[in-house]
Design a protein around this ligand. Sequence first.
Ligand code: PHE
Ligand code: ZN
Length: 877
Amino acid sequence: MTKETTPVRLSDYRAPDYAIDTVSLDFSLAPTATQVTAQLAMRPNTPGAPLVLDGDEVKLIAISINEEYIPSSAYEATPQQLTIKAPPREPFTLEIVTEINPKANTKLMGLYLSNGNYCTQCEAEGFRRITYFLDRPDVLAVYTTRIEASKAAAPVLLSNGNRIDGGDIPGTTRHFAVWHDPFPKPSYLFAAVAGDLGLVEDSFTTMSGREVALHIYCEHGKEARCAYAMDALKRSMRWDETAFGREYDLDIFMIVAVSDFNMGAMENKGLNVFNDKYVLADPDIATDADYAGIETVIAHEYFHNWTGDRITCRDWFQLCLKEGLTVFRDQEFSSDERSRGVKRIADVRTLLARQFPEDAGPLAHPVRPEVYSEINNFYTATVYDKGAEVIRMLKAILGEDGFRAGMDLYFERHDGQAVTIEDFLASFADATGKDLSQFKLWYSQAGTPEVTAEGRYDARRQTYSLSLKQSIPPTPGQQTKSPMHIPVRFGLVGPNGADLAFTSATGGGVEDDVIHLTEAAQTIVFEGVSAPPVPSLLRGFSAPVKIATGLSQTDQLFLLRTDADAFNRWRASQQIAIQTLIAETAAVRSGAQSKLDPAFVDALAEVAEDDSLEPAFRAQILQLPGEADIAREIGHDVDPAAIAGARKRLMAMVASRIGKRLAELAERTGNVGDYSPDAASAGRRALANAALALTVGQAAPEAIGRVVARFESADNMTDRLAALSILASNGFEERIAALETFQDRYRDDPLGLDKWLMLEAVVPLETTLDRVKALTTHPAFSLTNPNRIRALIGGFAGSNQTQFNRPDGAGYDFFADFVLDLDKRNPQTAARLLVSFRSWKALEAGRRALAEKALRRIAASDSLSSDTRDIVTRTLA
Ligand code: PHE
Ligand code: ZN
């Protein structure tokens, strides 16, 4: 039966009736029956209030207060809750003994087994699957954890903090370790790990000269693949010191890589647990993108130590307080470590691909939601990525120094606390004297604001007037909205490509190179403008909005060639490509001739060949919008087949017009020498591979042969996968043998096989659905491993536009069956997969009806998890 869930509302927040000052945990580990003894130092905030502790699938063995067993009439226990009716009015010790079954834990929340190793995942509400507890982030306690296990099965015993004791248990085959974490923390940051793991050790000296031991634990034999993660960790630790003045605080920092993990990684205090795909890398197994991802996630989890752990969230509505801020911090770190301009383009690509569709569909919600039925479903692109954009805007509005002053005050004021967005913003307002009340709307109003711009140049008066308007579309539960504070970074580009000066700007809101758009409509008059400018607006994507500039293709081509802002050069290229592809999609649908304009294609080649530009940037320019990008921009009555057809026509034109030049470019940039994951060599590989991808649009045997040759001669995963991906994503015959070779090569390497599964799933042919179905029973696939599921099923539903959206609905049906089945085992992963339907309402009528039917079938199941129930209900609403 579906678990009843009453929605939780931000407005209902109440401080807890009890505080828990210390927690002493004792784990006696066994695969099917682990005993947990929890001793809690309870302190009433509301003396006499019943004590209601959360539980989830836990079995109560014993309970005592102040070392005396209490009669069963004094409490009520269900697997979901433990209520002590009349607890002492003075501080007391509560001891609870529970039994749990890690082996049966397929939800991967709480204590579970991954490849025979014990590990925990407690965010958001997993701790209650270990013991009954006040499992909420505003209950902060100091933890001491004793773990006892078989010495042979689990030589490694880890928990948060510093290790204070350990040894053999005489007369047994078991041993123990005791860990103490002096920093008060909420239960969601608790972690314990036990198993037979390999170890890589290093150390770091902090800015005040303290020596910190660094340990990365992984499967035996994979130690060498941890080197890059270790390096990224040390760079992250140094960066947080220099960029934010934040020093690490324990004697040891540990990372454990596990194979079965619902998410990317988890910032448990002093003991981060990682999905192994964000730790393990070597040139044969990881692409440049994987290396960059590892760097980012390692940094992200480490940065949480201050933004998340030392200062945490009062309640789960404040999730963006830690996540948006920490994503912003990891983005800044990677920008400093790599190319800032290219990193920005990559981050905006992610935002556009993941967050914009969310904001435009039925699952739209504010960066700080006000109601949820299942918190697991709010680890979203909106909370994370739009949340980071909000911090970025805050910095744009306050300036570098104001932002840093606000951050410093935040750390100083709230260290050791569980706080809110209001507390966060107050630190910035108080540090800078700025009024952030309008800015705060970014946290409460969902939907992507739409900005339109219209400019007029008056040659006689030498004035340029720019009218900006903003509106925010309705989203679920929010019909009308107020104007927001949108920082629009800009330049007025003159005929020679340089920014024009102006003597004054009237009409309000201009500060340096930022227009502060705060009204529904604002007109700015720039005086002393010597020539007609082309406005370059939203430079660096200074706000997460859609902007219609009304610029002609000629003006956009001009910006593509000359804009001083690299981001807007890229943006111009994307804009032109998208407009072209939208028009071409309409042509395909109406059976009309191609309308493609070669001017754009020539400009692409020109930029790609410009050796004065960074290769990584040129690679970004060459990455034409994908089918999903085009669908998103079309926004309604979407026909995925027509979009694919239009894109094919463009690819054919590109290949015929500039294919030769691009093949030469690929040849001359592609041979980088011995593999190194550094940003510069990665950029050259990216350029070569992006160029190569644009040579096959006519399916010419010579072009395909070149790709096959590249696949065969590649000496690293980046080039091997790039070539294979060209063969697979175009559905070329040659993919079959190549996929076979690839699968064979990575036979014993799950992370390699994930790449194979993914590519099998994205082949844009009618046969793919059957292939994907067949692969669900392939030995390399596993119904219990989230990475395998995301690769194959996530790849199919998320990256194969034409086959997931088959006109006969068979793609939806298969997917619905899969989600229903998975939901019984791992609801969190099932619900996340189901998000692939988030844009179903934008489809053309035929597919929309079929998608709705599949969704209704899921909704009709009476045994759905609360996770999947929540997503399907909101998606259909
Ligand atoms: N808090 C983790 C992060 O952002 C993500 C996560 C959430 C992991 C929930 C597991 C469960 O780094
Ligand atoms: Zn995070």
